[in-house]
Write a protein that binds this ligand. Structure first.
Ligand code: ADE
Length: 239
């Protein structure tokens, strides 16, 4: 998988060198390229923003540097060329919710491009123009506002890349976790010692009866989901 990130803060993405993602890059499973949006400006101040048409607070990111950045990562614009295979993600609090299901969809892509907006956002014509060349997804991490897309992209990248085959040592750990198959939150987990500070591991987990263990875990997952996130249960009203 190839990943391109366009940002005015390339240094944010030094975290890609560590942990699972770093190992995935070493193994050649993912290839990441971080681009500084200001490299696509031509004025002395390397300007990337301007005041909004129609008035209002804050600044808006100018379309020209973004156009050139996309020409670099998607290839020069050519209307007769077939659409790019890339999926272009615009992180935004106004986007559709980024979920585990979306992470799975994006983990199947061969090329992902992330466009990190700052200030009040990017001139709307940029996403419209890119949509004529590639698939565009506007994605929100949750119902809160961050100062820019960078932190959201780091979180999305970790969620997506761990689903790329070969990234996680034991693929079963991905199936059983929260938001995996079945859509329930994960059951409580324990390791040794069996007794710690007066708290004991439930007997069933030490019984060796796999059927009973599976039934207990499922019941716990249903109970936790009902208590913490009832909206995830089948039949819950999504609204
Ligand atoms: N940029 C600012 N806030 C965001 C959010 N909640 N999700 C994704 N990108 C964002």
């Amino acid at each position: 998988m190839r990943i391109d990130v366009v940002t005015i803060f390339p240094e944010f993405f030094s975290v890609l060198d560590v942990s699972l993602l770093g190992r995935g890059r070493q193994k050649g499973l993912v290839e990441t390229h971080v681009h500084d949006l200001r490299d696509f400006t031509y004025d002395r101040h390397r300007t990337v923003d301007d005041t909004p048409y129609g008035g209002g607070a804050g600044m808006v990111m100018k379309p020209e540097p973004w156009g050139e950045a996309f020409d670099r990562v998607l290839g020069e614009h050519d209307e007769s060329a077939p659409p790019s295979e890339a999926i272009v993600v615009f992180p935004s609090p106004a986007g559709e919710r980024f979920t585990q299901a979306v992470a799975h969809e994006l983990a199947d892509a061969s090329h992902l491009v992330f466009a990190c907006g700052r200030y009040e956002g990017i001139d709307s014509r940029v996403a419209e123009h890119v949509a004529s060349r590639a698939m565009v997804r506007e994605l929100s991490l949750g119902d809160y506002v961050l100062n820019g897309g960078e932190v959201a992209v780091v979180a999305m990248l970790e969620a997506i890349t761990r689903l790329v085959p070969g990234m996680v040592g034991n693929p079963e750990s991905i199936v059983e976790e929260s938001h995996g198959d079945g859509g329930l939150l994960e059951y409580p987990i324990y390791t040794k010692p069996a007794s710690w500070r007066g708290l004991d591991v439930p007997d069933v987990l030490r019984s060796g009866d796999h059927g009973k263990v599976a039934a207990w875990r499922h019941a716990q997952a249903v109970e936790r989901t009902r208590r913490v996130r009832p909206d995830l249960l089948p039949g819950a009203d999504a609204s």
